[in-house]
Design a protein around this ligand. Structure first.
Ligand SMILES: [Zn+2]
Length: 135
């Protein structure tokens, strides 16, 4: 279930509103989401924050017709595995297109959109989705 509590939303906004991950200064491995420790070279104190470029390509996708709480208003919507141009693979919603226009390798870019909303608390959560680079 999606946690829409105001405290958690506020605490994580830095990471949700930007493609903020981390990079190891020793072996240059990059991570999204942020990792505080490099699991590749295991060197201590080698991690620093890194903002990824907002571009990627679709690897695979599916259409969500029965959504979890908070996402009901957005059905049907597309969720895809997106490989960022700098390597990490992330799961994200795809917006401003339809399924028939998608294909493996389609170039997408990150955009700021409404992610979820609940009727009971009236909390709206914003964050990043991806849209095709060429509309
Ligand atoms: Zn490393």
């Amino acid at each position: 279930m999606q946690d829409l509590s105001p405290a958690k939303t506020w605490r994580l906004q830095k990471y949700r509103y930007r493609l903020l991950g981390s990079v190891c200064t020793n072996c240059q491995s990059n991570y999204y989401p942020y990792k505080a420790f490099c699991t590749k070279c295991l060197k201590e104190n080698s991690i620093k924050e890194y903002e990824f470029k907002p571009f990627g390509k679709i690897l695979s996708w599916t259409v969500i017709n029965v959504a979890p709480k908070g996402f009901e208003k957005f059905t049907p919507y597309i969720v895809a595995l997106v490989r960022l141009s700098e390597g990490p693979i992330i799961l994200s919603q795809i917006c401003d297109t339809t399924e028939d226009k998608l294909k493996t390798g389609l170039k997408v870019k990150a955009v700021f959109r409404k992610l979820a909303a609940t009727d009971d608390t009236e909390i709206i959560k914003y964050g990043l989705k991806f849209e095709p680079q060429e509309l």
